[in-house]
Design a binder for this molecule. Structure first.
Ligand code: PLP
Length: 388
Protein backbone atom coordinates (compact mmCIF):
# COMPACT_ATOMS: atom_id res chain seq x y z
CA UNK A 1 0.00 0.00 0.00
CA UNK A 2 1.12 3.51 -0.72
CA UNK A 3 2.42 5.07 2.51
CA UNK A 4 2.26 8.66 1.24
CA UNK A 5 -1.38 9.09 2.25
CA UNK A 6 -2.21 10.43 5.69
CA UNK A 7 -3.49 7.61 7.83
CA UNK A 8 -7.12 8.74 7.79
CA UNK A 9 -8.78 5.62 6.42
CA UNK A 10 -8.69 1.95 7.33
CA UNK A 11 -8.29 0.97 3.69
CA UNK A 12 -9.20 -2.55 2.65
CA UNK A 13 -6.18 -3.16 0.44
CA UNK A 14 -8.44 -3.56 -2.56
CA UNK A 15 -7.32 -1.52 -5.59
CA UNK A 16 -10.26 -0.85 -7.91
CA UNK A 17 -9.87 -0.22 -11.60
CA UNK A 18 -13.24 0.13 -13.31
CA UNK A 19 -16.89 -0.71 -12.98
CA UNK A 20 -20.11 -1.38 -14.81
CA UNK A 21 -23.49 -0.98 -13.18
CA UNK A 22 -23.23 -2.41 -9.67
CA UNK A 23 -20.14 -4.47 -10.45
CA UNK A 24 -16.64 -3.23 -9.67
CA UNK A 25 -13.43 -4.71 -11.05
CA UNK A 26 -10.14 -4.74 -9.14
CA UNK A 27 -6.83 -4.11 -10.88
CA UNK A 28 -6.29 -7.88 -11.06
CA UNK A 29 -9.61 -8.27 -12.90
CA UNK A 30 -11.60 -9.74 -9.98
CA UNK A 31 -15.28 -8.72 -10.03
CA UNK A 32 -17.07 -7.47 -6.90
CA UNK A 33 -20.78 -6.83 -6.39
CA UNK A 34 -21.04 -3.27 -5.11
CA UNK A 35 -23.53 -2.82 -2.24
CA UNK A 36 -21.77 0.44 -1.23
CA UNK A 37 -22.01 2.82 -4.23
CA UNK A 38 -19.06 4.79 -2.86
CA UNK A 39 -21.02 5.35 0.41
CA UNK A 40 -24.28 6.20 -1.29
CA UNK A 41 -22.76 8.30 -4.07
CA UNK A 42 -22.80 6.31 -7.33
CA UNK A 43 -26.57 6.43 -7.68
CA UNK A 44 -26.43 5.45 -11.37
CA UNK A 45 -23.77 2.82 -10.75
CA UNK A 46 -20.43 2.72 -12.53
CA UNK A 47 -19.84 3.56 -16.17
CA UNK A 48 -23.40 4.76 -16.77
CA UNK A 49 -23.32 5.71 -20.49
CA UNK A 50 -25.42 8.92 -20.26
CA UNK A 51 -23.50 10.13 -17.20
CA UNK A 52 -20.12 9.39 -18.76
CA UNK A 53 -21.11 11.12 -22.01
CA UNK A 54 -22.51 14.19 -20.25
CA UNK A 55 -19.35 14.59 -18.16
CA UNK A 56 -17.11 14.18 -21.23
CA UNK A 57 -19.17 16.61 -23.33
CA UNK A 58 -19.28 19.21 -20.58
CA UNK A 59 -15.55 18.85 -19.89
CA UNK A 60 -14.90 19.66 -23.55
CA UNK A 61 -17.09 22.78 -23.32
CA UNK A 62 -16.46 24.24 -19.85
CA UNK A 63 -15.36 22.52 -16.66
CA UNK A 64 -15.50 25.53 -14.40
CA UNK A 65 -16.34 29.20 -14.36
CA UNK A 66 -16.66 31.20 -11.16
CA UNK A 67 -19.99 31.84 -9.53
CA UNK A 68 -19.81 35.40 -10.87
CA UNK A 69 -21.12 33.87 -14.11
CA UNK A 70 -24.05 31.66 -14.94
CA UNK A 71 -23.98 28.70 -17.29
CA UNK A 72 -27.03 27.21 -18.98
CA UNK A 73 -26.40 23.82 -17.42
CA UNK A 74 -26.12 25.17 -13.86
CA UNK A 75 -29.28 27.25 -14.31
CA UNK A 76 -31.08 24.22 -15.68
CA UNK A 77 -30.11 22.04 -12.72
CA UNK A 78 -31.20 24.75 -10.27
CA UNK A 79 -34.61 24.77 -12.00
CA UNK A 80 -34.81 20.98 -12.01
CA UNK A 81 -33.83 20.34 -8.42
CA UNK A 82 -36.13 23.03 -7.01
CA UNK A 83 -39.06 21.92 -9.19
CA UNK A 84 -38.57 18.25 -8.35
CA UNK A 85 -38.19 18.76 -4.60
CA UNK A 86 -40.68 21.64 -4.30
CA UNK A 87 -38.16 24.08 -2.77
CA UNK A 88 -37.89 27.78 -3.66
CA UNK A 89 -34.12 28.23 -3.85
CA UNK A 90 -30.87 26.27 -3.99
CA UNK A 91 -27.24 26.96 -3.07
CA UNK A 92 -24.72 24.60 -4.65
CA UNK A 93 -21.46 23.55 -2.99
CA UNK A 94 -19.16 20.52 -3.07
CA UNK A 95 -19.85 18.09 -0.24
CA UNK A 96 -22.21 17.08 2.50
CA UNK A 97 -20.32 18.86 5.25
CA UNK A 98 -20.20 22.02 3.16
CA UNK A 99 -23.94 21.81 2.50
CA UNK A 100 -24.53 21.55 6.26
CA UNK A 101 -22.19 24.51 6.89
CA UNK A 102 -24.32 26.56 4.47
CA UNK A 103 -27.52 25.34 6.12
CA UNK A 104 -26.18 26.31 9.56
CA UNK A 105 -25.20 29.79 8.34
CA UNK A 106 -28.68 30.30 6.85
CA UNK A 107 -30.26 29.18 10.13
CA UNK A 108 -28.05 31.47 12.22
CA UNK A 109 -28.61 34.51 10.03
CA UNK A 110 -32.35 33.81 10.03
CA UNK A 111 -32.36 33.42 13.84
CA UNK A 112 -30.32 36.54 14.48
CA UNK A 113 -32.68 38.53 12.24
CA UNK A 114 -35.41 37.66 14.78
CA UNK A 115 -33.43 38.04 18.01
CA UNK A 116 -29.65 38.63 18.41
CA UNK A 117 -29.09 35.52 20.55
CA UNK A 118 -31.36 33.16 18.59
CA UNK A 119 -28.46 31.07 17.28
CA UNK A 120 -28.56 27.66 18.97
CA UNK A 121 -29.01 24.56 16.81
CA UNK A 122 -30.55 21.43 18.29
CA UNK A 123 -29.40 18.13 16.76
CA UNK A 124 -29.96 14.47 17.61
CA UNK A 125 -27.81 11.99 19.48
CA UNK A 126 -26.53 9.35 17.08
CA UNK A 127 -26.47 11.82 14.19
CA UNK A 128 -23.68 12.45 11.70
CA UNK A 129 -23.39 15.80 9.95
CA UNK A 130 -19.81 15.96 8.65
CA UNK A 131 -16.13 16.44 9.48
CA UNK A 132 -15.56 20.19 9.53
CA UNK A 133 -15.19 21.63 13.02
CA UNK A 134 -18.74 22.98 13.01
CA UNK A 135 -20.43 19.95 11.43
CA UNK A 136 -18.49 17.59 13.70
CA UNK A 137 -19.83 19.70 16.58
CA UNK A 138 -23.35 19.31 15.16
CA UNK A 139 -22.76 15.54 15.06
CA UNK A 140 -24.35 14.02 18.17
CA UNK A 141 -21.81 11.26 18.78
CA UNK A 142 -19.02 11.65 21.35
CA UNK A 143 -16.61 9.44 19.43
CA UNK A 144 -16.23 12.15 16.77
CA UNK A 145 -15.54 14.82 19.39
CA UNK A 146 -12.08 13.77 20.59
CA UNK A 147 -9.01 15.92 19.79
CA UNK A 148 -10.64 18.70 17.81
CA UNK A 149 -11.85 21.23 20.33
CA UNK A 150 -12.53 23.97 21.05
CA UNK A 151 -15.79 23.33 19.25
CA UNK A 152 -18.23 25.78 17.69
CA UNK A 153 -20.54 27.00 20.43
CA UNK A 154 -24.32 26.84 20.18
CA UNK A 155 -25.15 23.15 19.66
CA UNK A 156 -27.45 21.09 21.88
CA UNK A 157 -28.18 17.35 21.48
CA UNK A 158 -31.36 15.48 22.31
CA UNK A 159 -32.34 11.82 22.03
CA UNK A 160 -34.13 10.90 18.78
CA UNK A 161 -37.86 10.11 18.91
CA UNK A 162 -38.24 11.77 22.35
CA UNK A 163 -40.65 14.65 21.73
CA UNK A 164 -40.63 15.76 25.40
CA UNK A 165 -36.84 16.19 25.27
CA UNK A 166 -37.13 18.17 22.05
CA UNK A 167 -39.93 20.31 23.45
CA UNK A 168 -37.74 21.18 26.45
CA UNK A 169 -34.71 21.97 24.26
CA UNK A 170 -36.50 24.23 21.77
CA UNK A 171 -36.29 27.47 23.76
CA UNK A 172 -36.22 31.03 22.42
CA UNK A 173 -32.46 30.86 21.71
CA UNK A 174 -32.91 28.05 19.18
CA UNK A 175 -32.85 29.00 15.50
CA UNK A 176 -33.04 25.47 14.01
CA UNK A 177 -33.65 21.82 14.69
CA UNK A 178 -31.40 19.77 12.41
CA UNK A 179 -32.04 16.04 11.92
CA UNK A 180 -31.34 13.19 9.51
CA UNK A 181 -34.74 11.66 8.57
CA UNK A 182 -32.87 8.37 8.35
CA UNK A 183 -29.77 8.37 10.53
CA UNK A 184 -27.19 6.82 8.21
CA UNK A 185 -23.81 6.64 9.89
CA UNK A 186 -25.56 6.12 13.24
CA UNK A 187 -27.10 2.80 12.14
CA UNK A 188 -29.63 3.36 9.29
CA UNK A 189 -32.44 4.30 11.64
CA UNK A 190 -35.45 6.14 10.17
CA UNK A 191 -36.99 8.62 12.60
CA UNK A 192 -40.54 7.91 13.72
CA UNK A 193 -43.02 9.71 11.42
CA UNK A 194 -45.22 10.79 14.36
CA UNK A 195 -42.20 12.24 16.16
CA UNK A 196 -41.19 14.18 13.06
CA UNK A 197 -44.72 15.56 12.59
CA UNK A 198 -44.80 16.71 16.22
CA UNK A 199 -41.29 18.18 15.90
CA UNK A 200 -42.32 20.09 12.79
CA UNK A 201 -45.37 21.51 14.61
CA UNK A 202 -43.20 22.61 17.56
CA UNK A 203 -40.72 24.32 15.24
CA UNK A 204 -43.45 26.14 13.30
CA UNK A 205 -45.08 27.38 16.54
CA UNK A 206 -41.77 28.77 17.85
CA UNK A 207 -40.38 30.19 14.59
CA UNK A 208 -37.56 27.65 14.61
CA UNK A 209 -36.29 26.36 11.28
CA UNK A 210 -37.06 22.70 10.69
CA UNK A 211 -33.97 21.44 8.84
CA UNK A 212 -33.20 18.02 7.35
CA UNK A 213 -29.75 16.64 6.61
CA UNK A 214 -30.48 14.44 3.60
CA UNK A 215 -26.86 14.20 2.48
CA UNK A 216 -27.14 10.41 2.59
CA UNK A 217 -30.90 9.87 2.41
CA UNK A 218 -31.73 12.38 -0.32
CA UNK A 219 -32.09 12.26 -4.10
CA UNK A 220 -33.82 8.95 -4.76
CA UNK A 221 -32.17 6.58 -2.33
CA UNK A 222 -35.20 6.30 0.01
CA UNK A 223 -37.49 5.49 -2.95
CA UNK A 224 -38.52 9.14 -2.94
CA UNK A 225 -36.70 12.31 -3.82
CA UNK A 226 -36.33 13.11 -0.13
CA UNK A 227 -36.84 10.84 2.90
CA UNK A 228 -38.44 13.74 4.81
CA UNK A 229 -41.22 13.94 2.23
CA UNK A 230 -41.75 10.19 2.48
CA UNK A 231 -42.03 10.54 6.26
CA UNK A 232 -44.69 13.21 5.74
CA UNK A 233 -42.88 16.41 6.74
CA UNK A 234 -41.71 19.50 4.82
CA UNK A 235 -38.48 20.91 6.23
CA UNK A 236 -37.69 24.60 5.61
CA UNK A 237 -34.11 23.65 4.81
CA UNK A 238 -32.61 20.49 3.36
CA UNK A 239 -28.98 19.60 2.68
CA UNK A 240 -28.20 17.03 -0.02
CA UNK A 241 -24.95 15.85 -1.58
CA UNK A 242 -23.71 12.29 -2.05
CA UNK A 243 -25.91 10.84 -4.82
CA UNK A 244 -26.83 14.09 -6.53
CA UNK A 245 -24.16 14.03 -9.24
CA UNK A 246 -23.53 10.27 -9.34
CA UNK A 247 -19.93 10.61 -8.15
CA UNK A 248 -18.87 14.09 -9.20
CA UNK A 249 -18.44 16.11 -5.99
CA UNK A 250 -21.46 18.30 -5.29
CA UNK A 251 -23.61 19.45 -2.40
CA UNK A 252 -26.67 21.65 -2.17
CA UNK A 253 -28.84 23.46 0.33
CA UNK A 254 -32.51 23.71 -0.58
CA UNK A 255 -34.68 26.29 1.15
CA UNK A 256 -38.25 27.52 1.15
CA UNK A 257 -40.00 30.45 2.80
CA UNK A 258 -38.31 33.46 4.39
CA UNK A 259 -35.00 31.67 5.05
CA UNK A 260 -34.57 31.05 1.30
CA UNK A 261 -33.64 34.69 0.72
CA UNK A 262 -31.74 35.40 3.91
CA UNK A 263 -28.23 35.13 2.43
CA UNK A 264 -27.06 38.19 0.51
CA UNK A 265 -23.96 38.77 -1.65
CA UNK A 266 -20.87 38.45 0.50
CA UNK A 267 -22.51 36.33 3.21
CA UNK A 268 -21.54 32.97 1.80
CA UNK A 269 -19.90 31.36 -1.22
CA UNK A 270 -17.63 28.66 -2.54
CA UNK A 271 -15.23 28.57 -5.46
CA UNK A 272 -16.20 25.26 -7.07
CA UNK A 273 -19.82 24.96 -5.96
CA UNK A 274 -22.23 23.85 -8.68
CA UNK A 275 -19.72 24.27 -11.46
CA UNK A 276 -20.77 23.19 -14.98
CA UNK A 277 -19.12 19.77 -14.70
CA UNK A 278 -21.00 18.91 -11.49
CA UNK A 279 -24.17 20.42 -12.95
CA UNK A 280 -23.93 18.30 -16.11
CA UNK A 281 -23.60 15.17 -13.97
CA UNK A 282 -26.45 16.21 -11.64
CA UNK A 283 -28.67 16.87 -14.65
CA UNK A 284 -28.27 13.26 -15.79
CA UNK A 285 -28.95 11.89 -12.29
CA UNK A 286 -32.07 14.04 -11.85
CA UNK A 287 -33.31 13.11 -15.33
CA UNK A 288 -32.93 9.39 -14.61
CA UNK A 289 -34.61 9.67 -11.21
CA UNK A 290 -37.52 11.60 -12.73
CA UNK A 291 -38.19 8.81 -15.25
CA UNK A 292 -41.58 7.15 -14.61
CA UNK A 293 -41.29 4.20 -12.25
CA UNK A 294 -37.66 4.84 -11.23
CA UNK A 295 -38.39 5.61 -7.57
CA UNK A 296 -40.95 2.79 -7.30
CA UNK A 297 -38.22 0.43 -8.52
CA UNK A 298 -35.86 1.71 -5.81
CA UNK A 299 -38.57 0.93 -3.27
CA UNK A 300 -39.23 -2.51 -4.72
CA UNK A 301 -35.55 -3.44 -4.73
CA UNK A 302 -35.10 -2.19 -1.16
CA UNK A 303 -38.10 -4.21 -0.01
CA UNK A 304 -36.79 -7.25 -1.85
CA UNK A 305 -33.46 -7.05 0.00
CA UNK A 306 -35.07 -6.45 3.39
CA UNK A 307 -37.57 -9.27 2.90
CA UNK A 308 -34.84 -11.68 1.76
CA UNK A 309 -32.65 -10.95 4.79
CA UNK A 310 -35.63 -11.32 7.16
CA UNK A 311 -36.64 -14.61 5.48
CA UNK A 312 -33.28 -16.23 6.32
CA UNK A 313 -34.24 -16.13 10.01
CA UNK A 314 -30.52 -16.07 10.81
CA UNK A 315 -30.07 -15.92 14.60
CA UNK A 316 -27.32 -13.29 14.21
CA UNK A 317 -29.75 -10.82 12.57
CA UNK A 318 -31.41 -8.65 15.23
CA UNK A 319 -33.40 -6.44 12.86
CA UNK A 320 -33.61 -5.26 9.25
CA UNK A 321 -34.25 -1.54 8.84
CA UNK A 322 -34.03 1.44 6.53
CA UNK A 323 -35.90 2.98 3.65
CA UNK A 324 -35.63 2.24 -0.08
CA UNK A 325 -32.06 1.30 -0.96
CA UNK A 326 -30.70 2.61 2.35
CA UNK A 327 -30.61 -0.65 4.29
CA UNK A 328 -29.36 -1.58 7.75
CA UNK A 329 -29.01 -5.08 9.14
CA UNK A 330 -28.42 -5.04 12.90
CA UNK A 331 -26.31 -8.06 13.85
CA UNK A 332 -25.15 -9.59 17.11
CA UNK A 333 -21.56 -10.05 15.87
CA UNK A 334 -19.08 -7.31 14.91
CA UNK A 335 -20.50 -5.81 11.67
CA UNK A 336 -16.94 -5.22 10.43
CA UNK A 337 -16.35 -8.99 10.55
CA UNK A 338 -19.43 -9.57 8.36
CA UNK A 339 -18.25 -6.92 5.89
CA UNK A 340 -14.73 -8.42 5.76
CA UNK A 341 -16.11 -11.93 5.17
CA UNK A 342 -18.37 -10.60 2.41
CA UNK A 343 -15.42 -8.84 0.77
CA UNK A 344 -13.44 -12.09 0.81
CA UNK A 345 -16.31 -13.54 -1.23
CA UNK A 346 -16.45 -10.56 -3.59
CA UNK A 347 -19.31 -8.58 -2.13
CA UNK A 348 -18.67 -5.01 -0.94
CA UNK A 349 -20.77 -3.73 1.99
CA UNK A 350 -20.44 -1.11 4.75
CA UNK A 351 -20.94 -0.81 8.49
CA UNK A 352 -22.93 1.78 10.43
CA UNK A 353 -23.15 2.54 14.14
CA UNK A 354 -22.05 -0.12 16.61
CA UNK A 355 -23.95 -3.14 15.31
CA UNK A 356 -25.17 -2.57 11.78
CA UNK A 357 -24.18 -3.84 8.34
CA UNK A 358 -25.16 -1.06 5.91
CA UNK A 359 -26.10 -1.64 2.28
CA UNK A 360 -26.23 1.34 -0.10
CA UNK A 361 -26.21 -0.22 -3.57
CA UNK A 362 -26.43 1.88 -6.72
CA UNK A 363 -30.08 2.78 -7.37
CA UNK A 364 -29.81 1.09 -10.78
CA UNK A 365 -28.65 -2.26 -9.40
CA UNK A 366 -30.23 -5.14 -11.29
CA UNK A 367 -32.16 -8.03 -9.75
CA UNK A 368 -29.41 -10.39 -10.87
CA UNK A 369 -26.78 -8.31 -9.04
CA UNK A 370 -29.00 -8.14 -5.95
CA UNK A 371 -29.49 -11.92 -6.00
CA UNK A 372 -25.76 -12.55 -6.38
CA UNK A 373 -24.93 -10.16 -3.53
CA UNK A 374 -27.63 -11.56 -1.26
CA UNK A 375 -26.40 -15.11 -1.81
CA UNK A 376 -22.95 -14.07 -0.52
CA UNK A 377 -24.41 -12.28 2.48
CA UNK A 378 -26.69 -15.23 3.28
CA UNK A 379 -23.81 -17.70 3.14
CA UNK A 380 -21.51 -15.48 5.24
CA UNK A 381 -24.14 -14.97 7.95
CA UNK A 382 -25.06 -18.68 7.91
CA UNK A 383 -21.41 -19.70 8.38
CA UNK A 384 -20.91 -17.15 11.15
CA UNK A 385 -24.08 -18.36 12.88
CA UNK A 386 -22.91 -21.98 12.66
CA UNK A 387 -19.63 -21.00 14.37
CA UNK A 388 -21.26 -18.79 17.04
C1 PLP B 1 -26.06 12.53 6.86
C2 PLP B 1 -24.70 13.01 6.47
N1 PLP B 1 -24.41 14.32 6.58
C3 PLP B 1 -23.22 14.80 6.21
C4 PLP B 1 -22.23 13.99 5.73
C5 PLP B 1 -20.90 14.56 5.32
O1 PLP B 1 -20.78 14.52 3.95
P1 PLP B 1 -19.35 14.71 3.24
O2 PLP B 1 -18.54 13.53 3.60
O3 PLP B 1 -19.68 14.78 1.77
O4 PLP B 1 -18.79 15.98 3.76
C6 PLP B 1 -22.47 12.61 5.60
C7 PLP B 1 -21.43 11.70 5.10
O5 PLP B 1 -21.44 10.54 5.34
C8 PLP B 1 -23.76 12.11 5.97
O6 PLP B 1 -24.05 10.82 5.87
Amino acid sequence: MNDKFMNTYKRTGLVLDHGKGATLYANDGTAYIDFTAGIGVNSLGHGHPALVAAIADQAAKLIHVSNYFMTDISARVAEEITAMTGYDKVFFCNSGAEANEGLIKIARKYGSSKKPDKNVIVTLKGSFHGRTVTTVTATGQDKFHTFFGPFTPGFVYVAPNDIAALDAALDDKVCAFLFEPVQGEGGVNPLDAKYLAAAEALCRKRDILFAADEVQSGIGRPGALLASKKLGVSPDLVSVAKGLAGGVPVGAVLASGPCADILQPGDHGTTFGGNPLAAAAAHVVLTEIAAPGFLAEVDRKGEKIRAAVASWKNPLVKSVKGMGLMIGIAVSVAPGDVVAACRARKLLALTAGEDTVRLLPPLVITDAEIDAGLEVLRAVLAEMAAKA
